[in-house]
Design a protein around this ligand. Structure first.
Ligand SMILES: [Zn+2]
Length: 77
């Protein structure tokens, strides 16, 4: 099975909505494929980070301030 398909399964796995058969195939693939193991680790780190951030109460204008700091899109005028 292609790694790209495994990546989709990894997303389902982290979402907790993977079915038994797909989970079995994913675990088999992860055993043989260092690339997909790495991908899973990276995603798990990201999930853990987001979850730890969600415990912090962000100021209500946090998103706006982040957006304001983004460079203005070029070539729009
Ligand atoms: Zn793979």
């Amino acid at each position: 099975m292609e790694c790209r398909e495994q990546h989709l399964l990894i997303h389902s796995f982290l979402d907790g909505d993977i079915d038994e058969l797909s989970n079995h195939r994913l675990q088999e693939h992860l055993r043989d494929c260092a690339e997909c193991r790495q991908y899973l680790r990276e995603l798990q780190k990201t999930v853990a980070l987001v979850q730890s951030l969600s415990h912090v109460c962000a100021p209500s204008d946090f998103t706006n301030r982040v957006l304001a700091q983004l460079p203005a899109p070029s070539g729009m005028n």
